[in-house]
Ligand binder design. Structure first.
Ligand SMILES: Cc1cc2nc3c(=O)[nH]c(=O)nc-3n(C[C@H](O)[C@H](O)[C@H](O)COP(=O)(O)O)c2cc1C
Length: 221
């Protein structure tokens, strides 16, 4: 498709309304595996450092394995989610409170989400890997992860990037037979979404967080 034919309104709408979907995941509607493959095919158009393309994608539909992953997610995330709930309560901020409520919902229903996708990347980082290598390592998988989520959204599927199960990454690797030389970077629950559309999120004004020609400098003229 030539650039001139891009529907900017549609593209902007996609970028503005691709949300972390948890409560609106349709747990009763099966997902066609071909749709997942179609979205992954789009996702791997994303860039990777040195064009290494070390990404691997483990798509989990087996109910027993989803239950095992959900159990690991709950165990690994227990403290974090409880702490988050308390913090949200204390802060009185309704947006933060909603995020933690929603996260708790996903935690409790994760095994019922029909598809779990585990993005992986070949290799392991050492404990004190310099920023230049760690940026390139994780930077070679997360652009594809986000493209995957955008492609899902464009086809009526919702998803949410999660990382909590990585507290038990080795146990999850055992469940799925993932070798020790491979790094999992998250777990993406995938399902059709309920309802029609999504709203843009509240974010700080972009001007406030964008600096020109130097840290904290605002644009001249
Ligand atoms: C690196 C990363 C890790 C995340 N981990 C989790 C997670 O473990 N569990 C979860 O429910 N959401 C997780 N999220 C989702 C965020 O909570 C969500 O993207 C954020 O609140 C923004 O929500 P929005 O997309 O609806 O604006 C994660 C997001 C990112 C980018």
């Amino acid at each position: 498709v030539p650039a001139d034919d891009l529907d900017v309104t549609a593209v902007d709408h996609l970028l503005m309304t691709t949300r972390a979907v948890r409560r609106r995941l349709d747990l009763d509607r099966p997902v066609d595996p071909d749709l997942v493959v179609e979205c992954l095919r789009l996702a791997i158009q994303a860039p990777t450092g040195s064009n290494a393309q070390g990404w691997r994608w483990v798509v989990v539909t087996d109910a027993g394995k989803r239950a095992a992953l959900a159990e690991l997610y709950r165990r690994a995330g227990a403290d974090y989610l409880e702490q988050g709930r308390v913090t949200a309560e204390e802060s009185g901020d309704p947006v933060t409170a909603r995020v933690y409520d929603s996260a708790a919902y996903l935690r409790d229903r994760l095994e019922d989400v029909p598809v779990h996708v585990i993005p992986c990347i070949l290799g392991r980082l050492g404990d004190s890997t310099p920023t230049v290598w760690s940026a390139s390592f994780y930077g070679s998988i997360f652009p594809a992860v986000w493209s995957f989520q955008l492609a899902l959204r464009s086809r009526g599927l919702g998803s949410c990037l999660t990382t909590l199960h990585l507290g038990f990454e080795a146990e999850a690797a055992d469940v799925l037979g993932i070798p020790e030389t491979v790094t999992q970077v998250g777990l993406i629950p995938v399902a059709h979404y309920t309802g029609e559309t999504f709203q843009p999120a509240q974010r700080r004004p972009v001007e406030e967080i964008t600096y020109w020609d130097g840290w904290k400098q605002s644009r001249q003229g």
